[in-house]
Ligand binder design. Structure first.
Ligand SMILES: [Zn+2]
Ligand SMILES: [Zn+2]
Length: 345
């Protein structure tokens, strides 16, 4: 079969690899759609975080072409969304349903023609959900997890920093979970436009508008130390990452006693003292696992299936596996107007 192999920054090659052989409780899937994640892009652009000479990617969906002898929930021909996270199954975190915190957590590679999955990681898709949309389930689940961790309650207000794939899904998940007003920031007009289209109560282009003034107008203002600051929102979700000062922004737009949930791996240092006086809670959110007994991946599929989350509009570009390098080049350049770029078979 064909597989994309990562050799280092800017170097991806499509090569032949053996088709995986399944075990008794595994299914073999023909990959129909696989999304390029921010973390894949990070490796592609900068110093490689991934080991070289390896298959990579992790967001995919497809059609089951073979099942192991003990597989009882899925049949050949069914279409499935695929959860890529696999823990060791044996550590404190795996045994308590928090496998996303497993020290040996691994991702099942997605940029391949065929891939094998344990049957419990394959979620049957309803007829009206396309494989293309289902390739974003991993990202939706990331947003579901962040919403769960933040403790969001119905009617509470939020700012989502960032209008890339995760930011746009985050905003929709918050709405689906009963949030009150949700405001979203973006750097490009096409992001801000889409945020509004997908349901943001306000979308702010931080390159053109003053974030503080907009949030002040939306939430009201308070005097603090002679300065007029926004009253702020109950929750801020950071979905940008990188070297920009988004945590500074988060602190300025969150209300006293509010929470900042960080998804995007920010690189900037922050003075911890700035959290103390206003009792701001900061929460790190990574991947997903369970909410109670329910897999968050399944919650994500439910939201997609019920039309609570629109993934179709977020997928802006699709390329065949043979052109994966081109796909990565497009995904690396926001000037192309891309949000989610996928590989499609
Ligand atoms: Zn991802
Ligand atoms: Zn483990």
């Amino acid at each position: 079969m064909k597989a994309a192999i990562f050799y280092g920054a800017g170097d991806i090659r499509v090569e032949e690899r053996p088709t995986p052989k399944i075990g008794p409780r595994e299914v073999l899937v023909k990959v129909k759609a696989a999304g390029i994640c921010g973390s894949d892009l990070h490796s592609y652009r900068l110093s490689p975080k991934l080991p070289e000479g390896r298959m990579f990617g992790h967001e995919c969906s497809g059609e089951v072409v073979e099942v192991g002898k003990d597989v009882d929930r899925i049949s050949v021909g069914e279409r499935v969304g695929l959860e890529p996270l696999v823990g060791c199954g044996d550590c404190l975190y795996c045994l308590s349903g928090n496998y996303h915190l497993c020290p040996s957590l691994r991702h099942i590679p997605a940029f391949v023609e065929y891939q094998k999955f344990p049957q419990e990681k394959a979620f049957k898709l309803p007829d009206h959900v396309s494989c293309k949309e289902a390739s974003t389930l991993d990202c939706i689940a990331v947003a579901v997890h962040a919403a769960n961790l933040s403790g969001l309650k119905g009617g509470e207000t939020a700012v989502v920093l960032g209008a890339g794939t995760i930011g746009l899904l985050m905003m929709q998940v918050l709405k689906a979970f009963g949030a009150g007003a949700v405001y979203e920031t973006g750097k490009y007009d096409f992001q801000v436009k889409l945020a509004k289209e997908l349901g943001a109560d306000a979308a702010i282009n931080v390159e053109k508008e003053n974030l503080l003034e907009r949030i002040k107008a939306l939430t009201g203002a308070e005097k603090t130390g002679g300065q007029e600051m926004p009253l702020g929102v109950d929750h801020v979700y950071e979905a940008i990452g990188g070297p920009k000062n988004q945590l500074e922004d988060a602190l300025r737009v969150v209300r006293r006693g509010g929470t900042i949930t960080v998804i995007g791996d920010p690189k900037n240092p922050l003075k911890l003292s700035s959290f103390v006086m206003r009792e701001i809670k900061i929460i790190g959110s990574s991947s997903y696992a369970y909410r109670g007994r329910e897999p968050e991946f399944k919650v994500a599929l439910d939201l997609l299936s019920r039309g609570k989350v629109n993934a179709q509009k977020i997928i802006t570009h699709a390329f065949p596996l043979e052109r994966i390098k081109e796909a990565f080049d497009v995904a690396s350049d926001k000037g192309t107007g891309c949000i989610k770029v996928i590989i499609e078979a």
